[in-house]
Design a protein around this ligand. Structure first.
Ligand code: UN1
Length: 477
């Protein structure tokens, strides 16, 4: 079997490899992907550092052309790359193709942004002096991405990093190297100069650690677990390095008595269970007022009965497998915890077998949960959702905000008053009215508050906040 290698200083290197396994069919090896070492990582950082002066001064047209070519090729290959994504991560083929399209759109967006770089010219408070405010790139950016969005998250970190003139050392999640390899191959062939984008696949404890330890990495952008995020933060402060973290969520969706029941059930089913609940924007707490509670639970349960859990590539599958055995164990452990805490298992909770051996779990719904239970406070990252009954809107809002996280929050209501109040008072970075908490646009800011995020927002033109540093220049005229 071919080994998909790391790209360091414009050369494909590496002979030791790890198997990339399909979670829908664990007999299938998606491919062999290089296992980078600390030495590889150091070489990649050195290459990125050497490539920075020229790339940071490259013309914006060159950046535009390369980003645009990448966006176009990803779109042209959306079905093939989508299938690869579904095979390595386990989300359904339509979801995977949708994510691939999103990655393409992100490259197209930043291809455009490259042509719109601008600064400000401001008169000084002193006579005969002009002030210019510009944005400089940071330098070498370390990119560390999670397994749940194998193509979109790499795209939304790589595209702005390049657009604003940075060079990159990129470490994708060990579970999903295939889409990352494909993006890097596309950008390499699109004409990126040597060393501008380096790919080091491998273990977090080896490759990630070498990135954290390097004084030559000027910024790290990380999406993943809260624990690793804290390590990135501590190591980055040590090196006076800029860092951006996107971590967990325990996103609430409030359902009020006046909600349109169909809208509420669709939004809850989508954000709780699609992508197997493996999204940091998933709603895992459904906070439902008394008057609609029983009707809502009955309708949601009915909906869950119709959802097909099966091989991600099979037409008709709504929910693919859990990503791997470790995550499956976390999910089933939490289901046990929920039972012991006294929540009522209203649907699911069981492992299922399908034609192909994989990590299949029923969508699982707990009712009669409280907001203090561990299943309501800790991020599970699986298809496990709890329903919390509340008296009225005020209690719903307070419960929604009573969480260590603050990424996304939703409300299902037909009341303008409550929708408006919720948008103003929700302590989350993103608020959704009559929409799922997950599934965001690619051209507007993404990020959260409290324990969910740290540093500037990602995506859209707000991405410049992280990927550049501001310079103020004074000139005596
Ligand atoms: C989405 O909900 O469309 O890891 C995106 C995650 C997020 C991305 C969610 N960073 O789930």
């Amino acid at each position: 079997m071919t080994i998909y290698q790391n790209l360091i200083a414009g050369e494909w290197v590496g002979s030791d490899a790890t198997k990339n396994i399909n979670p829908s069919d664990t007999n299938e090896v998606v491919g062999l992907y290089a296992d980078g070492t600390a030495e590889d990582t150091k070489n990649a950082i050195a290459a990125a550092k050497a490539a920075f002066p020229a790339w940071s001064r490259s013309g914006i047209w060159e950046r535009h052309v390369i980003l645009k070519k990448a966006g176009d090729e990803i779109m042209a290959r959306k079905d093939e790359l989508g299938a690869l994504l579904a095979r390595e991560e386990g989300k359904t083929l339509p979801e995977a193709i949708g994510e691939t399209i999103r990655a393409s759109q992100i490259f197209e967006f930043f291809a455009g942004e490259a042509l719109r770089l601008a600064g400000e010219v401001i008169p000084s408070v002193r006579p005969n002096i002009g002030v210019e405010i510009t944005r400089d790139p940071l330098g070498v950016i370390g990119i560390i991405t999670p397994w749940n969005f194998p193509i979109a998250i790499p795209a939304w970190k790589i595209a702005p990093a390049l657009c604003y003139g940075n060079t990159i050392v990129f470490k994708p999640a060990e579970l999903v190297p295939a889409c990352s390899w494909a993006i890097v191959d596309i950008l390499h062939r699109a004409g990126l100069p040597k060393g501008v984008l380096n790919l080091v696949m491998g273990k977090g404890s080896v490759v990630g650690q070498a990135m954290l330890d390097s004084p030559d990495v000027a910024g790290i952008t990380f999406t993943g677990s809260t624990g690793t995020g804290r390590r990135v933060a501590a190591a980055s402060i040590e090196h006076n390095r800029k860092f951006q973290l996107e971590m967990g969520g325990k996103n609430p969706m409030v359902v009020l008595d006046d909600a349109d029941l169909t809208v509420a059930v669709e939004a809850a089913a989508n954000s709780g269970f699609f992508s197997t609940g493996q999204r940091c924007t998933a709603s895992s707490r459904l906070i439902v007022t008394e008057g609609i509670h029983d009707k809502f639970v009955a309708a949601l349960t009915q909906k869950l009965e119709t959802l097909v859990v099966d091989n991600a590539l099979k037409p008709g599958t709504h929910i693919g497998p859990v990503v791997d055995e470790k995550q499956l164990k976390t999910d089933t452990d939490y289901i046990e915890i929920g039972r012991q805490e006294g929540a009522k298992l209203a649907f699911g909770g069981e492992l299922i077998t399908r034609e192909t051996p994989g990590f299949y779990l029923q969508p699982t719904l707990f009712t009669e949960a409280t907001n203090q239970m561990r299943i309501s406070r800790e991020e599970i990252f699986g298809p496990v959702v709890s329903v919390i009954r509340v008296k009225d809107y005020e209690e719903a809002l307070a419960t929604a905000n009573d969480t260590p996280f603050g990424l996304s929050a939703g409300i299902a209501t037909t009341s303008l008053k409550h929708a408006t109040h919720f948008k103003r008072n929700s302590e989350a970075g993103m608020v959704m009215v009559n929409l799922p908490t997950a599934g965001v646009d690619f051209h507007v800011p993404f990020g959260g508050r409290k324990g969910s995020s740290y540093g500037p927002r990602e995506q859209g033109k707000y991405a410049a906040e992280f990927y550049t540093t501001v310079k103020t220049a004074y000139t005596l005229a």
